[in-house]
Design a protein around this ligand. Structure first.
Ligand code: C2E
Ligand code: CA
Ligand code: CA
Length: 455
């Protein structure tokens, strides 16, 4: 009996120990597996997990989403590693991973697929977002790299889901081929589709041309008249930027203003527009006599940037006479970003006597409640209202309503984009105070305007 018990104990011990050993081994394996799923230097997915993930995403994609696979590769990585040493190189790689991860709010999967090579599958809303996103990613990656080595750059290869491949493997092949092309030029971005590369290159050339045009003060200004409707007298001018490039010809503001915004050129552009407008008005001796108000457009990007606001503040301090006639136009969306911060900036700048106008009023998201918070002097009803007022009775009612509320709040109303006599008559019947538009006067140089006004 005793022997049987002993043997049972022995067997029991062996079984328990085996189970424990088996569990330990399994845990180690799982840990190992998990560890190899994640790159220890950057915290990104391992290449195999990445490929699996990409395939799953691509298989479940719907018609609305468009995916783009981007490969980022550091130029001259070996010599860079030699210079930086092991530890700093790891920091650099981790910074690059971070730059890629935060480069957009779009959904994405990222991996370090090779020593200095990152792959990222991004889900975009539309193809038009792509160039903007890739540009920003390239700039951000270069900025991080250059914190370690001034001359360092990275190259980017891009492939689109669909035209360039329909699986993770095919997209990787296409993007790698594009990257190899980009690496020949170093610091370049190449799309697998040559047509897209060409478009991106043109865009970059336009960006450098814009930088040069701003630096060389080649951006000109024109002035569009604003009239008081009751008396028909000219009361103000809106300053509009114009750019004519020697090879590209006339580049419309709808192209170069968004470029300036996205490249951070707006501060310099505004400084130039203010300088030119002030000089032209001074040379023509119009300020204070005929012209009581000069409106200048300020970009949303600037309004949310402390340094840009400080620069405008400094300008106003140095030009107190001009400041008194100046009206700064900000678009509704700009104001919305952070309404309290916006109100603070308005109050700061108002100390110089400038007034504020909310541009394109009605098409943004601002509610009328905004007027309680921000001390604005004027709204400009967006031209889409003015233009559909004649044919659409609802728009007509809304326009009349906006004018009425603004008046009760003692806020000036400007109707913009007035193109016909009927629109003008309607606005007069609504008691709208000011208007501008092609029917009343096109944007023009001051000398042309002076002839038209016979001043
Ligand atoms: P915005 O501030 O709404 O300026 C009015 C735009 O409408 C101008 O276009 C003007 O030429 C056009 N316009 C005037 N009257 C009429 C009309 O009766 N009918 C129609 N269809 N259009 C009319 P522009 O000069 O092409 O400027 C487009 C936008 O570019 C401006 O829209 C403004 O947001 C921006 N922009 C222009 N100059 C500057 C600038 O110096 N700085 C900044 N930040 N933005 C600017
Ligand atoms: Ca405007
Ligand atoms: Ca407008």
């Amino acid at each position: 009996m005793h022997e049987l018990a002993q043997s049972f104990k022995g067997h029991f011990f062996v079984v328990v120990t085996s189970i424990m050993l088996w569990r330990l081994a399994r845990k180690n394996n799982l840990d190992l597996e998990r560890a190899s799923d994640i790159d220890s230097v950057t915290g990104l997915h391992s290449p195999s997990v990445f490929m699996r993930h990409v395939d799953t995403l691509l298989a479940s994609q719907d018609q609305q989403t468009s995916y783009v696979l981007v490969i980022v590769d550091i130029d001259g990585f070996t010599s860079l590693t030699n210079k930086l040493g092991f530890e700093r190189t790891n920091h650099l790689l981790s910074d690059m991973a971070h730059a890629i991860e935060v480069s957009t709010l779009f959904d994405k999967v990222t991996s370090r697929v090779h020593a200095d090579r990152f792959a990222c599958l991004v889900e975009l809303d539309s193809a038009s977002d792509m160039a903007l996103y890739i540009d920003r990613l390239h700039r951000e990656c270069n900025r991080h790299l250059q914190r370690y080595e001034q001359q360092a750059t990275c190259s980017i290869g891009v492939a689109l889901f669909g035209p360039d491949g329909d699986s993770a493997a095919r997209l990787m092949t296409a993007a790698t081929r594009a990257l190899n092309d980009a690496k020949k030029r170093k610091g370049a971005v190449t799309y697998h589709d040559a047509h897209l590369t060409e478009q991106a290159q043109k865009r970059r050339q336009l960006v450098s041309a814009l930088r040069v045009a701003i630096n060389n003060k080649e951006i000109e200004v024109v002035f569009q008249p604003q009239y008081r409707l009751a008396s028909g007298e000219l009361t103000g001018l809106e300053v509009l930027a114009r750019w004519t490039h020697e090879t590209y010809g006339v580049v419309p503001p709808s192209i170069f203003i968004p470029l300036a915004e996205e490249q951070g050129f707006c501060e310099d552009l505004t400084a130039l527009v203010l300088e030119k407008a002030a000089k032209r008005l001074h040379d023509n001796d119009l300020l204070g006599s005929v012209i009581q108000r000069v409106s200048v457009n300020i970009s949303a990007v600037e309004f949310n940037s402390e340094s840009a606001i400080r620069r405008i503040d400094d300008y106003l301090q140095l030009n107190p006479k001009f400041a008194r006639y100046l009206c700064l136009e900000i678009t509704e969306t700009a104001a919305l970003d952070d309404i309290l911060e916006c109100a603070r900036v308005v109050d700061i700048l108002k100390r110089h006597g400038v007034t504020f106008s909310i541009d394109d009023f009605g098409v943004g998201y601002t509610s009328l409640g905004m007027f309680n918070r921000i001390n604005v002097d004027e709204i400009k009803i967006d031209r889409s209202f003015i233009q559909s007022m004649e044919s659409d009775s609802r728009t007509k009612a809304i326009t009349a309503g906006i004018i009425d509320i603004a008046k009760r709040l003692e806020i000036n109303v400007v109707a913009e984009g007035v193109e016909t006599a009927t629109q003008l008559a309607l606005l007069k019947s609504f008691d709208c105070e000011y208007a501008q538009g092609y029917y009343l006067g096109y944007p023009a140089s001051l000398s042309d305007l002076k002839v038209a006004m016979s001043v």
